[in-house]
Design a protein around this ligand. Structure first.
Ligand code: ADP
Length: 384
């Protein structure tokens, strides 16, 4: 009975069963009704047949009772007719069912073969079912899944290439210096050790960022939200950057109202976000520019804005800026130490704290403003 495991034969058998049940119900019902109804009807028929033949006066002729043999013969004829019809119906059902089940099973077979290929890693596979039923919906969902898998795979490969490149650069530098030192080609001077240390620090920072990114993407970021005074936190983060801004002749300005409501946030994570936005502002603003941090309450949120007068972002890049490893200008970003991870982590961190993050830029050369919203503590506590 292995063949019964196939959907096609299950459909055929189920269609036949329906016909069989119909026959099984129909036969005894017809038989039973015939038994009650026939003696009377056959008598009438016989009576009227005799009168039509002129043997009897139709007004006065008594109804001739049908004999038992006549009724029996009639019932046999009815049963035979029903049986022949049942066989004809079964034969027709087999043909129709084979056709119908093929139309159902074939798309399913295609769907299952495509899913199997997808599971084997062939993410370019697509189904081509064109109908307007649930199978077409399923086919569309499988195709969407395939597109998502293909994109994820492409991102994974790109990630691997990026991570390898980012790790290899400082490692190669360290290796080169060490070899030079061992061979005596490079003099062991303090600035050489400082350079090696700089690369080692960069390597450490990069691995930490990657760990953070993978945790963020796995939804495993630990967030300890608490009532947080934004002004103190922003002042603290800005103070850390002040010397670097001054060194690059960029003016860093804070425009924060003193009466800001407390936000519900993880101070360490929030500082991490601010540091990312400030280091980007520093990186992408030329000397002589200015960067302003503002904050204002907005409904049940506080909206922080980091505005710079830097190189700006072209409209086509804005939707991708928060994507992992996305850099507008890869060569320039690498030169300036960017990896394209910072904003991805920042976005995860903001979302994990119930906020929003986005960027606006009037275009290349016109600066950029990064906005972060965080929920007001009092509003969350009041259950708003
Ligand atoms: P990176 O380490 O490369 O700066 P991010 O994720 O922080 O990575 O930023 C992604 C990309 O967004 C950057 O490579 C840069 O092209 C663009 N970007 C980020 N901040 C700014 C800014 N303030 N002005 C212009 N472009 C920016």
């Amino acid at each position: 009975m292995g063949w019964l495991r196939h959907l096609r034969w299950k459909l055929v058998v189920s269609h036949l069963l329906i016909i069989l049940i119909g026959v099984v119900v129909l036969l005894p019902t017809a038989h039973f009704l015939a038994e009650i109804q026939l003696p009377q009807d056959v008598s009438l028929t016989l009576g009227s047949a005799a009168s039509e033949a002129g043997q009897l006066d139709p007004t006065t002729a008594p109804t001739q009772p049908a004999s038992a043999t006549q009724i029996e013969r009639f019932q046999i004829v009815v049963d035979q007719a029903l049986l022949i019809s049942a066989f004809a119906a079964l034969a027709a059902a087999i043909v129709v069912s084979l056709f119908v089940s093929r139309r159902i099973v074939e798309p399913l077979q295609e769907l299952s073969s495509v899913s199997r290929r997808l599971a084997q890693g062939y993410y370019r596979e697509r189904t081509s079912i064109r109908s307007d039923d649930e199978l077409a919906d399923l086919s569309q969902s499988i195709n969407q899944l395939a597109v998502a898998l293909e994109q994820t795979e492409q991102r994974r490969l790109a990630l691997l290439a990026d991570v390898t490149h980012e790790l290899r650069t400082p490692l190669t530098t360290i290796e080169g210096y060490m070899e030079g030192l061992i061979d005596g080609v490079i003099a062991p001077e303090p600035q050489i050790f400082a350079m090696i240390q700089h690369e080692a620090v960069r390597l450490k920072w990069l691995t930490e960022e990657l760990v953070l990114l993978s945790r963020a993407e796995a939804g495993q970021l630990r967030i300890t939200a608490q009532p947080t005074d934004l002004l103190t936190l922003v002042e603290h983060s800005a103070a850390q950057f002040q010397p670097q801004f001054a060194a690059q002749e960029i003016q860093l300005e804070l425009r924060m109202p003193p009466e800001l409501p407390e936000v519900l946030a993880d101070p360490n994570r929030l500082e991490q976000i601010l540091i990312n936005l400030l280091s980007n502002a520093l990186r992408y603003t030329p000397a002589g520019g200015h960067v302003t941090i503002t904050a204002e309450p907005y409904d049940f949120f506080v909206q922080i804005a980091v505005r710079d007068s830097g190189i700006g972002i072209a409209a086509e890049h804005i939707p991708h800026i928060f994507e992992r490893f996305y850099r507008v200008d890869k060569s320039r970003a690498r030169k300036s130490g960017g990896t394209g991870i910072g904003l991805t982590i920042a976005r995860h961190l903001v979302y994990a704290q119930g906020g929003e993050i986005w960027v606006e830029s009037p275009g290349l050369g016109h600066g950029a403003t990064f906005y972060v919203t965080l929920p007001v503590y009092a509003a969350v506590a009041a259950g708003v």
